[in-house]
Ligand binder design. Structure first.
Ligand code: PGA
Length: 253
């Protein structure tokens, strides 16, 4: 089974519209021509989605929101609807990022609503899961991952599962410079795939792309991507630098 690699850049709460467009241009130029073994996705802040989206139309780079609401429209101050993301040219939305879970107290229940709503209205979820340092140290990693996978994907049909991407992001590795070792990441990815195989069936688990996130940088992307169950990366800090992200996109195994 060969899964197409996905390299995703999460720009978080950074960049003006002009800066975002400059970076988007660098990303477009960094995608190797004719490379059909990998896809590139960028998630600018909401304010830059429309302008960046226009730039990506004739490129091979895909666009993502950093979050998405479950409702079509309505009184949801501060939220963004799936149709609004699509209107800007986005195909994906990051959901359940640890910063949403930890700082903004988004629960598994809310994340599940976001995943369901995204799929209902045609946006592919990039569902983020991962354990904290305390959970890893108390050997709860697998329990946490299983709980988050099951809660986030509850009731999702096998058909819709083809549109889902999962990102394993150990909270202790995000923005800290500490990357999970390739063995730790591979072990977690295998476990996640096993949970999916039990919930659905093996072929669906085999097709699911599982990204690793947490201090991915030019120096560690190749070894991470050499692992059989690591299908891509969700990159924060290093995605804000055109040259670093270009190197990550052009990983070699
Ligand atoms: P980082 O962030 O690469 O800066 O660790 C990753 C993420 O939060 O998705």
């Amino acid at each position: 089974m060969t899964r197409k690699a996905l390299i995703a850049g999460n720009w978080k709460m950074h960049l003006t519209v002009e800066e975002a467009c400059t970076l988007a241009r660098e990303v477009i130029q960094a995608v190797p021509t004719g490379a059909d073994d990998r896809e590139v996705l960028i998630a600018p802040p909401f304010t830059a989605l429309r302008e960046v989206g226009k730039m990506l139309v004739s490129s091979h780079v895909l666009l993502s929101g950093q979050n998405v609401c479950w409702e079509k429209n309505g009184a949801f101050t501060g939220e963004i609807a799936p149709a609004m993301l699509k209107d800007c040219g986005a195909s994906h939305a990051i959901i359940g990022h640890s910063e949403r879970r930890q700082i903004f107290h988004e629960s598994d229940e809310m994340i599940h609503k976001r995943v369901t709503g995204a799929l209902k209205y045609g946006i592919s979820p990039v569902l983020c899961i991962g354990e904290t340092l305390k959970e890893r140290e108390s050997e709860q990693t697998f329990t946490v991952l299983e709980t988050q996978v099951k809660a986030g994907l509850r009731g999702i049909s096998p058909d819709d599962m083809q549109k889902v991407v999962v990102a394993y992001e150990p909270v202790w590795a995000i923005g800290t410079g500490k990357t999970a070792s390739k063995e730790q990441a591979q072990e977690a990815h295998v476990f996640i795939r096993e949970v999916i195989a039990k919930l659905y069936e093996k072929t669906i688990a085999e097709k699911l792309r599982i990204l690793y996130g947490g201090s991915v940088k030019p120096a560690n992307i190749d070894e991470l991507m050499s692992q059989p169950d690591i299908d891509g990366a969700l990159v924060g800090g290093a995605a804000l630098d055109g040259a670093s992200f270009a190197r990550i996109i052009n990983f070699t195994v």
